[in-house]
Design a protein around this ligand. Sequence first.
Ligand code: ZN
Length: 74
Amino acid sequence: MVVLPALVQAVVVLRCDLRNLLSMKTKECPSCAMEIDADSKECPICQYEFSEISTSYKWIAILLIIVFLLYIFF
Ligand SMILES: [Zn+2]
């Protein structure tokens, strides 16, 4: 089943996103592992630049879950 790894990935992404929402909108810098403001485009510690890929990836994840649910119920 091809859709399953994608769904697992989607759940991981959404869980990570939920954790960010619960922890007052911070995100972890992938470069220096510091918790920084989720709205920052750039890490204030190491100047790591965040791309918009994670945001669009989140929407793909949500879309995949919707498609998967439709696939199950219809
Ligand atoms: Zn950093």
